[in-house]
Design a protein around this ligand. Structure first.
Ligand SMILES: [Zn+2]
Ligand SMILES: [Zn+2]
Length: 270
């Protein structure tokens, strides 16, 4: 039980503010014709599908945060590495904040409560020390002892730099600009829209005890995460799709993994 009256006032996290501004400025390099190539667009799309789709949506969210399925440890580590390369902070922070979001959805202790407005839930909460920050170790106890998780968490910046160097060596500035800066920007706002737009716009097939909504264009940006009201209605389910037209690409990947024997104990809402 947390005494909300005793919670510290959020302070600005300047390192996050500055690094977010730098990412947006670097992505503008894509406007220079010299940085354009179809190969670079292909690299960006491929890496986006791997890091946002398999890494964040499947690895960080459905696997690590909710344990909606089980996969062999080597495959789980591969998904966590991909999620780390989406550069949305260390895995412990991502999982811990997300579990806090489900525990206190749209209430005072939700790190990105939509009841504090669109801007707060989209990006502003990241720029501040949220009051529940100290609860992160307790919220992620089950994955704290895993050495590979620790490695990814501690080296997520170095891993991104290494990927950037490899892309630069492979295809020069176009690969670096599109494969890292533009991809990360789209990924970043995709996840932010799940927290903001999917608690403000769209429709609510289930009358959940929060503001969550289904938002088709966020589902497109995030390979199915935008069916967020479906997710809040049954957070342990690996499938976010309720109607046939609510396409959840990550769920199709999970079905494929299950069919070839690489996923088991797959939880699905009845
Ligand atoms: Zn939510
Ligand atoms: Zn969730």
């Amino acid at each position: 039980m947390v005494n909300t009256a005793a919670l510290p006032t959020p302070r600005l996290r300047w390192t996050v503010v500055i690094s977010t501004v730098i990412l947006h400025v670097l992505a503008l390099l894509a406007l220079l014709p010299s940085n354009f190539s179809w190969g670079a667009i292909g690299v960006a799309l491929g890496l986006h599908a791997l890091t946002q789709g398999l890494g964040i949506s499947l690895g960080f969210h459905r696997l690590a945060s909710h344990r909606s399925l089980r996969v062999p440890l080597w495959l789980e580590h591969f998904f966590i590495l991909l999620g780390t390369l989406a550069f949305q902070g260390g895995v412990y922070g991502w999982v811990g904040y997300h579990r806090l979001h489900h525990k206190h959805t749209d209430q005072e202790l939700d790190p990105h409560s939509a009841s504090k407005g669109f801007w707060w839930s989209h990006i502003n909460w990241l720029m501040h020390t949220v009051p529940t920050h100290s609860q992160l170790p307790r919220m992620t106890q089950d994955i704290r002892d895993d050495k590979f998780y620790q490695f990814c968490h501690n080296h997520y910046i170095g891993l991104q730099v290494a990927l950037g160097v490899l892309l630069y060596l492979a295809g020069g500035m176009p690969f670096l600009v599109w494969g890292v800066f533009v991809r990360l920007l789209i990924s970043f706002h995709g996840t932010c829209f799940v927290n903001s737009a999917c608690h403000q716009f769209g429709y609510r097939p289930t009358d959940t005890n929060d503001m969550s909504t289904n938002c088709w264009w966020v589902a497109v940006l995030t390979y199915g995460e935008g069916w967020h009201n479906n997710h809040h209605a049954c957070q342990s389910s690996a499938c976010f799709q309720k109607s046939w037209w609510e396409i959840d690409l990550v769920w199709q990947v999970i079905r494929l993994l299950r069919a070839v024997g690489l996923a088991e104990k797959v939880k699905v809402a009845s």
